[in-house]
Design a protein around this ligand. Structure first.
Ligand SMILES: Cc1ncc(CN)c(N)n1
Length: 225
């Protein structure tokens, strides 16, 4: 799809309409503190503890997206979602390894309210009454927020601390960006084929995800108060 046509997709339109919220979710002070090297290590550990448990719930949600891929969709579509699940498996393994390094005890973590709210929302999305178009759009956006956020920490003038480079590369790498573009294509195609009611449902979910991502970052900065 050419750049111009791509701008006319529903996902591009919703990103434009929610520009302020999207920018708040992808330029959060938590991310900025990684980017400028001022991050408090306790905040980083705090985020990691919470995110590990979020990702475990995300796996269940993505499994539900996989189930909703239409049987008549090209093989590639199923492969992209399956690749997403595989990426989450490696994300979980990575969290466990990093937790070891940072001396974090993942099994002792108490989930905080913003994380609980987000996980509850994912459970709602897992239900059968969330159509594929809305579910795959949600999945794309969840991955995009992390990609756009962490990409900024790899820019030339970024002062990301050495110990955090593997973290920011996980979501900010060109490969991860490419993967979010593949998800975006699936979302746009599904939305094109969706009914008006389904599109409206997807649009509401889109906004809710941005709000929840923003609150998740706020929670990550909680330790410093
Ligand atoms: C809250 C959140 N959003 C997105 C991602 C990227 N999988 C994540 N790990 N955590």
């Amino acid at each position: 799809m050419s750049g111009q046509l791509e701008n006319r997709t529903l996902t591009a339109e919703w990103l434009r309409q929610n520009h302020e919220l999207y920018t708040a979710a992808t330029n959060h002070s938590f991310i900025k503190s990684i980017r400028d090297g001022t991050i408090d290590v306790n905040n980083f550990k705090h985020w990691m503890e919470q995110d590990y448990h979020f990702v475990r719930e995300l796996v269940r949600f993505v499994a539900s997206v996989l189930q909703k891929v239409p049987r008549n969709a090209p093989e590639h579509d199923l492969d992209v979602i399956l690749g997403g699940l595989t990426a989450l498996e490696s994300e979980i393994t990575w969290f466990r390894k990093e937790a070891n390094f940072w001396q974090i005890f993942l099994e002792r973590v108490t989930l905080l309210q913003p994380n609980k709210d987000y996980c509850e929302f994912l459970k709602e999305l897992e239900r059968e009454d969330t159509p594929y178009a809305a579910a795959v759009t949600a999945f794309w956006l969840i991955e995009l927020v992390y990609c756009a956020s962490f990409m900024s920490c790899l820019e030339e003038d970024a002062k990301t601390p050495y110990e955090l480079v593997s973290t920011v590369k996980r979501w900010g790498s060109p490969e991860f960006h490419q993967y979010t573009l593949s998800l975006k294509k699936l979302a746009d195609k599904a939305l094109e084929n969706a009914s008006d009611a389904e599109q409206k449902q997807a649009q509401k979910i889109f906004v809710r995800i941005l709000e929840l991502e923003l609150k998740f970052w706020d929670m990550a900065g909680f330790v410093l108060g």
